[in-house]
Design a protein around this ligand. Sequence first.
Ligand SMILES: [Mg+2]
Length: 431
Amino acid sequence: MNSGTRPVKALCRDCGARMAPEVSRCPSCGSPRLVRHAELDTLSIAHIDCDAFFAAVEKRDNPDLQDKPVIVGGGQRGVVSTCCYIARIYGVRSAMPMFKALEACPDAVVIKPNMEKYAAVGKDIRHRMQALTPLVEPLSIDEAFLDLTGTERLHHATPAETLAAFIREIEADIGISASVGLAPNKFLAKLASDLEKPRGFSVIGAEEAKSVLSDMPVGRIWGVGKVFQKKLEKDGIRTIGHLQAMEAADLARRYGTIGLRLAKLSHGDDDRIVKPSRETKSVSNETTFRTDISEFAVLKPILRDLSEKVSLRLKKSNLCGRGITLKLKTAEFKTITRARHLNDPTQLADKIFGAGAALLENETDGRRFRLIGIGVSDLADAAFADPADLLDENAGRRKNVELAVDQLRDKFGKTAVELGLTHSAKPGRKP
Ligand SMILES: [Mg+2]
């Protein structure tokens, strides 16, 4: 598939040399890790995602762990936050309950997450990305989109060459590996970075996008969560190819705004630009108490209030998110963060609060807290928020109630409907 006039040349990921695409090993360094693609030197949108990030940082800092299965996550009652690739061979996955993970891999070394350490490493990597281009859009602590358009003269290299050199740099300097997706747009770049992890470098070109996508399950589309995927499957739409075969108008009729988005994405079209942002994208709210609080029943309505504030900001900025993070600070100023991933992105106070309260319940063991906060991360366009829940008939009703309450509040002010919501969230421990 040679599309341009420029001859296609393979790129060695280990030394940066260019060579004829037919060779199987780099003539300069002997490495077999070559990238070949007809559009290699014309594509400039990248998604970089660190490999098993938390576990990789722990292995870097303790060489004894190198060949062992490593799980980063909370204790027996918690879930797997990240696991290394050795643990994955045993079937361990992130978000898996810890007891299940240890059943699958009894020899795993379990490490409590050290978020401050990971944040520092993530920051270092981000600063290095920002030296490549000002257009860096972080998605989380360890992944970001980069738009390298027009950077050839600055780096004396094509975007692909710049990216390969960047990966070598972070492996050598920071001791962390990452996978790259290079494509004409964000949607395809994110998809590509996931194709050959770890230490991957995948290219999806404009010409092949449709055929590459056609066999993939619809769940691979960024923003289509488990519940929405089930709904699509029930309607006979299992692969992205099924979407490609449908008219955009038909998809819009069936699924509204998200239907139109699916129609475009299924053909590999995505016109969202890479929006630079300085910090990890998340929406959060926190509050410090005048006197420390230890009781779940007292903390719960405060969390409800914060969840509503976060939800309102998400709705106003047309965002939703899958990652829910609870933050607590103890009377001794120790910061605790606990996170969980929802099946589908949400912008509803009800769901944010539900996940936050479950996390909070685990932490209220008598310790006194001076601060509580809740945040939503892993953000996506609001079109993907809270798809109709087939498994929970009441979810649709609750969503409509919440959106109606929002409208009333907009019209008549917050206090107009405060009572209703506060009552539904009456403090008290579940039996
Ligand atoms: Mg990652």
